[in-house]
Design a protein around this ligand. Structure first.
Ligand SMILES: [Cu+2]
Length: 482
């Protein structure tokens, strides 16, 4: 098969130049920067992962030395070549970054996917630091772990001695296509057996305001992973007694919201979704799908093992890593918490305050986005429109302050993500406040959440629920200002 390369035009050379597909012999696209070859190569590949002693075929995004994802620095350029070594087209989205829109990695929106055996070059400036991640936006690949951390250092907070990235994932031995088919049919597949039969009945009231208990965890997963491992054999990270660590928690699950539980330790939350907040101390932090938490942790002086756990919302199932301070015995951590956790709420969200809020400004444009759905057939939508390529983009204009009113009219929580921008949470259920700047916000059932953002990165941008099967089923739309 001839190797093809999609060369994405350099942002420096010309911000609005669309990607150019060229043959393998031509290594440089018109207008790209010939003097600047990519510095980092990321291979999209198949790999085998052992989960609780059973092996599974999953995807991975790795550098030639085996490193998953990228760690880089603010001020550098994001100069990356993605090599597609799987047997299907793929395209990687840089979640939380603000690249030129053609480099955002959403097939059919930002550009075409990279064909099997092909590669794509990316080059754009990194204007801010933080904890981000990368994942495929093609098909159901992210469900099979086509994802990795993307860390941009900016010397944030106090100089922690040690940084620990914790990648959280839900995992099923069933292929995602089978899980999705089961959801569309209203259950009945083994992976969802405990919940399947009740799906239609439970959701018959959908479309009206959600009453009573929220509906959580559509898919019954086989395992929950922290850095690709379960609590049967968790990652144990050596830490210095009396030292300080920076935890970078990434919820790259497909469908699972968690409560991050620090046990006896208190953590200082300093950033959400990469963006700094006024620091806040707690032992327990909600983290919805696609969100990130930066937490500073003072390690006690006494030698001890400190589990850092993520408990599935509404359930007892948990995953995590263990911090080992000094010569401490490491006890087995059960994969069930002692009690069921509650559903995620916005109690913490209401208390978050951006360290650098948006300048107060009357919005130039307000978009109302009803989060809607139909459980019969597992159809999810925005303003009752199921996404397809003929849905016109929502128009906005460069320079505008835009506010998005998200009203969840379904019984399920939806973590809503905007590409290419950061937004500030400015209102929850009618109460205005200068909340966190972030890229993904949870809208629980029956809630009304307003976010504001500045239209400062022209292009065609995706906006969607980050529960991956909701996204696949149509809870997706676009904004356009080009
Ligand atoms: Cu959703």
């Amino acid at each position: 098969m001839p190797t093809r390369r999609i060369v994405l035009a350099s942002a420096l050379a010309a911000a609005a130049v669309p990607p150019v597909i060229v043959g393998a012999q031509t290594s440089t696209a018109p207008g790209s920067d010939k003097a600047a070859p990519p510095t980092t190569v990321l291979a999209l590949e198949r790999r085998t992962l052992a989960v609780n002693g059973k092996s599974a075929s999953v995807y991975g995004i790795r550098q030639p030395d085996g490193t998953y994802g990228i760690t880089t620095e603010v001020g550098k350029r994001f100069r990356v070549r993605v090599e597609n070594k799987i047997d299907k087209p793929s395209l990687i989205h840089w979640h939380g970054l603000a690249p030129p829109w053609q480099q955002d990695g959403v097939p059919g929106i930002s550009g075409p996917p990279i064909p099997a055996g092909g590669s794509a070059d990316y080059d754009f400036p990194l204007g801010y630091g933080g904890t981000f991640f990368m994942h495929s936006h093609e098909g159901l690949q992210e469900q099979s772990l086509m994802l990795a951390p993307l860390i941009i250092h900016d010397g944030r907070g106090r100089p922690a001695r040690q940084e620990i990235v914790v990648l959280l994932n839900d995992f099923s031995f069933a292929p995602p296509e089978q899980i999705y088919k089961g959801l569309r049919k209203g259950g009945g597949m083994p992976s969802m057996a405990p919940r399947g039969g009740a799906l239609t009945a439970r959701m018959s009231g959908m479309g009206q305001a959600a009453a009573a208990a929220p509906d959580l965890n559509d898919v019954k997963y086989d395992a929950f992973l922290a850095n690709y491992r379960t609590l049967v054999d968790p990652e144990v990270v050596k830490v210095e007694p009396g030292g300080e660590v920076l935890l970078r928690i990434i919820n790259s699950s497909s469908m699972s919201n968690f409560h991050l539980d620090l046990g006896q330790l208190k953590g200082e939350l300093i950033a959400v979704d990469g963006f700094r907040i006024v620091p806040l101390v707690a032992q327990n932090f909600p983290i919805a799908v696609a969100q990130r938490l930066d937490i500073l942790l003072a390690v006690p002086h006494v030698p001890a093992a400190h589990p850092v756990l993520a408990i599935l919302e509404g359930e007892r199932r948990q995953t995590g890593i263990v911090l080992a301070a000094g010569q401490a015995a490491i006890a087995r951590v059960p994969d069930l918490a002692t009690t069921s956790s509650p559903a995620l709420t916005l109690d913490l969200e209401r208390r978050l305050r951006a360290a650098e809020p948006l300048k107060p400004r009357t919005p130039d444009r307000v978009c109302t986005l009803n989060l809607t759905g139909e459980m019969a057939g597992y159809i999810w939508s925005i303003n009752n429109v199921v996404w397809n390529k003929d849905v016109p983009p929502l128009p906005i204009a460069e320079g505008e302050r835009v506010e998005l009113i998200m009203i969840n009219r379904t019984p399920m929580p939806h973590p809503m993500h905007l590409h290419g921008h950061q937004f500030q949470v400015v209102e929850i259920n009618g109460k205005r406040f200068p909340g966190a700047v972030r890229d993904t916000v949870l809208v629980p059932p029956g809630h009304r959440v307003i976010v504001g953002f500045d239209a400062n990165n022209p292009g065609l941008w995706a906006f969607h629920c980050h529960l991956l099967y909701h996204l696949e089923a149509g809870m997706f739309t676009t904004f356009k200002y080009v």
